[in-house]
Write a protein of this length. Structure first.
Length: 136
């Protein structure tokens, strides 16, 4: 009887560990596309020039990225948080389609982190880069 209890406990522990490991992989490396769109738009906006504005944002700061903004350089305010309810873990990346439908290639980036810092990068040409790295 004790052997059956021990085996059952071991099986439960292994199942819990496997479930936790699978969840950690999902959280550590999110992969989704996001589109910068005006809040009122119901469908994603796409420029008609055929240029690729997809950029993989890498978080190599040591902190979790809470919010990410990309605004056309001609705008005086930040657009909505592209991550929404999601966050970007340290050493993780996410592909975002930085296209506001205007045909612009130059965008300003702003990222907010769990340590309270906001890092702003100006004049990023999203038509020419495929990867952007946030580091300390």
């Amino acid at each position: 009887m004790n052997i059956h209890k021990t085996i059952a406990r071991a099986a439960l522990i292994l199942a819990a560990l496997a479930s936790t490991a699978a969840a950690a992989v999902t959280v550590a490396a999110p992969e989704r596309a996001a589109v910068v769109t005006p809040a009122a738009a119901s469908a994603p906006v796409q420029s008609r020039d055929g240029r690729n504005r997809r950029v993989r944002i890498h978080n190599n700061t040591g902190w979790v990225m809470l919010r990410f903004y990309a605004s056309n350089t001609s705008r005086s305010d930040w657009e909505e948080d592209i991550l929404g309810d999601d966050v970007l873990a340290n050493n993780a990346s996410i592909v975002m389609n930085i296209d506001d439908g205007t045909g612009a290639c130059l965008f300003d980036f702003k990222a907010d982190f769990t340590n309270g810092q906001s890092l702003i990068r100006n004049n990023i040409n999203v038509c020419e880069i495929a990867d952007y790295y946030y580091t300390r």
